[in-house]
Design a protein around this ligand. Structure first.
Ligand code: FDA
Length: 388
């Protein structure tokens, strides 16, 4: 074995660790991934039929207010000035999202001022009596019945494949309503898309003589190199795969939602005029449609074809890609048991969205990896401090 450190997973978390350890500490870093490509869920590829960049695992928009993360990522890529906006179709009408003054006035066929709109929402929300006992009641207590029925009910039922009355109230703590016409989706200081695409950015992070990336290699497959049985105890490991899988599901599965994507190339230049259209009606199976050409209006894409991707949401089975943690009370209990086991796993650090069972945006995964490097890996490799 000729590496100082093994990183399991080549997503943003793993590659940030690889970059820092190779470039700052001059360590020899081995990265493995069980997929046949680098980059984890942020991976993108060019659709061969249209030449349009497609995000294989769902639309990825970069945004952050963390200056350190922004400066860090700008070493590897420039960003376009893209600013994300989302619309939603409800009963054959298109509304701006997140719910804002424009949404409310269109919905009510009104010209409310911010104060009038706020008063209307407060009045609707006050109609719920008593403490909310499920997601539906919680949502109504926050934004009132009419907006809930239109924009939250069907979409949530499709996301969870469950009637919102059977979902826990705690799933939502707030439903933001803006009393201005600002329908910018994110309110972070920095936002944009990588000029040459996500994969070029991710490859640049890994492009260093001290970093070796080996694909199609599963850490749990003992017939392959760099497997758990051979490596743990020999060199330090940063593990960014699922924490329950690492411990052989000893305390049970952590539950996830997954997504199914259906892509279609259409013989038209523009399908929906915007990158993401949500579908709020429960009668429509999919939750949203992505049209990738709109992420890069600056590119010279064909004007006679376009590629769209319909997104469907459901609970994940054992073999599905885990996307969003469900986070039931049972999951939280199991996670605590796995964290206890992780503490005793000498020289193995758990990170990233799968290794910590948390939804992390890209900037959060990168920020968390920079912290792990600062607080654990750099002190260990430079001063010999223990890793755990
Ligand atoms: P990530 O999942 O990317 O990487 C983990 C890697 O580990 C994978 O490549 C996997 O194959 C590998 N692995 C797992 N088990 C292994 C094993 N046994 N052996 C070897 N390799 C193994 N964020 C954002 O900022 N803006 C956005 O718009 C979106 N959009 C978005 C849409 C959807 C549908 C999802 C699910 C997520 C987003 N995200 C996002 C979040 C973003 O995808 C996330 O921040 C990063 O993927 C986190 O990077 P990680 O490295 O933690 O995990």
């Amino acid at each position: 074995m000729t590496a100082d450190l093994l990183i399991v997973g080549s997503g943003f978390f793993g590659l940030t660790i690889a970059d820092r350890c190779a470039r700052e500490l001059d360590l020899k870093v081995q990265v493995i991934d069980r997929r046949d490509h680098i980059g984890g869920n942020a991976y993108s590829e060019i659709d061969p039929e249209t030449g349009i960049e497609v995000h294989r695992y769902g639309a990825h928009l970069f945004h952050t207010s963390n200056k350190r993360v922004w400066d860090y990522v700008n070493q590897f890529t420039d960003f376009t000035p893209y600013v994300h906006h989302v619309y939603t179709t409800y009963k054959d009408e298109v509304f701006p999202m997140p719910i804002n003054l424009g949404t409310i006035n269109q919905f009510q066929r009104a010209a409310y001022t911010p104060e009038e709109a706020r008063a209307w929402v407060v009045e609707q929300a006050a109609m719920l009596e008593g403490e909310p006992t499920n997601l539906e009641e919680k949502a109504i207590s926050l934004i009132g019945q009419p907006l809930y029925e239109a924009f939250i009910k069907g979409y949530t039922a499709k996301q969870w494949q469950t009637d919102p009355r059977e979902l826990a109230a705690e799933i939502i703590s707030r439903l933001p309503v803006r009393y201005t016409y600002d329908n910018r989706y994110f309110s972070d200081t920095y936002e944009g898309l990588p000029v040459d695409g996500y994969t070029a950015w991710l490859e640049k992070m890994a492009d260093h003589p001290n970093i070796t990336v080996t694909l199609d290699t599963d850490f749990f497959d003992e017939s392959q190199p760099w497997n758990k049985a051979d490596v743990v105890g020999q060199i330090p490991v940063v593990f960014t795969g699922p924490i329950d899988r690492y411990f052989d599901f000893k305390h049970g599965d952590l539950s996830w939602r997954t997504l199914d994507f259906e892509s279609e190339v259409l013989p038209i230049g523009d399908f929906q005029g915007t990158p993401v259209m949500n579908y709020a009606d429960e009668s429509i199976d999919y939750t949203r449609i992505h049209e990738f050409r709109h992420f890069h209006p600056e590119r010279d894409y064909p004007d006679d074809k376009t590629i769209i991707m319909r997104e469907f949401s459901r609970f994940a089975e054992h073999t599905d890609e885990p996307y969003y943690p469900v986070n039931t009370p049972q999951d939280r209990e199991r996670l605590l048991s796995y964290r206890e086991l992780a503490k005793d796993e000498a020289n193995v650090l758990f990170g990233g969205r799968l290794g910590t069972y948390q939804y992390l945006d890209m900037h959060m995964a990168i920020g968390a990896a920079l912290s792990m490097y600062d607080n654990k890996l750099a002190p260990h490799f430079t001063n010999g401090l223990p890793l755990d």
